[in-house]
Design a protein around this ligand. Structure first.
Ligand SMILES: [Zn+2]
Length: 297
């Protein structure tokens, strides 16, 4: 993928089309603001050496957005107000991933060293907490902070109204659809944030993963992306016409389509998303539970 420059904003592509564990980064020239430093490590080293990077912002707390922040450890770190706690303590981060449940114990034990070795986790207290509606003048470039919770509670998107560029963060318009499987993720908020973002009068849409950059009309992309939520729910409702255990639901692979390796990671992800749907369906009295089995009402 090519590095793309639109006015004062540069999109630095991550390796492998910015697929996990990577993402695409944004760099605002002049102001020296680098957002989500988990793209190509060598490129970020060069950026650090050749340009006057002044601070690091994170769209949210996930490790595939902060991975190379160790290169900028001496610079101020800013993040959305609600997303600061997991950066302060690795155990909180793992809790926020819902790895506090007994069935996730072994995954939690594997993730602890992974977060430190591969993702350079070190406890950080952000230097500034960002809120919805804040407007910054970044060396003459206007930028507005938009709180877009759902994926994480403090997820932020960044809007450049004069250039009509929106940085969507992890509302990434991929075929996979949105992720809302963390302890504090929310399906309702994800859908609301998607609606808010799609209605911005943007010309350039930049997302953190895969295609990463879209121009012009994105209506169809948003339709398809948000429809993934309904599709998952419809499939689940269909499957629950016969009462099913959580284990049976997981092995239906409604989210990932099929079993993948490493198996315990994908079982974890499948469960995380399915639990959110079950919670929502139980609240709206569409699904009931009797002992270990869930059923459509
Ligand atoms: Zn994320």
């Amino acid at each position: 993928m090519e590095e793309t420059k639109i006015g004062p904003v540069r999109m630095l592509p991550g390796p492998r089309k910015g697929k996990y564990p990577h993402c695409h980064s944004i760099y605002v020239e002049g102001a020296g603001v680098l957002i989500d430093p988990a793209s190509d490590r060598d490129r970020l080293i060069r950026l650090r050496n050749e340009e006057d990077v002044k601070m690091i912002w994170l769209s949210h707390w996930h490790e595939d957005h902060f991975m190379h922040w160790d290169l900028f450890a001496d610079l101020p770190l800013w993040i959305g107000r609600q997303d600061a706690p997991p950066l302060s303590d690795l155990e909180i981060l793992l809790d926020w991933y819902n790895m506090g449940q007994p069935e996730n114990r072994s995954l939690r034990d594997r993730w602890r060293p992974l977060m430190i070795d591969q993702f350079h986790f070190t406890p950080r207290t952000p230097d500034r907490l960002l809120d919805d509606g804040e407007i910054f003048e970044l060396s003459g470039v206007r930028m507005e902070v938009i709180h877009t919770p759902g994926h994480t509670p403090g997820h932020l998107s960044f809007w450049f109204p004069d250039e009509k560029i929106i940085f969507l963060g992890d509302y990434d318009l991929t075929w996979f659809g949105p992720w809302y499987g963390d302890l504090y993720s929310s399906i309702e908020q994800t859908l609301a944030s998607g609606e808010l973002l799609r209605n911005l009068p943007a010309d350039t849409w930049i997302a953190c993963h895969e295609t990463g950059i879209f121009y012009g009309d994105t209506e169809k992309l948003w339709d398809d992306y948000l429809a993934v939520v309904d599709r998952r729910e419809e499939k689940l409702m269909e499957f629950l016409k016969t009462p099913r255990t959580m284990d049976e639901i997981i092995h239906q692979w409604i989210v990932y389509g099929r079993a993948r390796e490493p198996m315990d990671f994908f079982i974890f992800g499948e469960r995380a998303i399915m639990e959110k749907h079950l919670e929502r369906l139980i609240t709206s009295s569409q699904v009931g539970r009797e002992k270990e089995r869930y059923y459509a009402i």
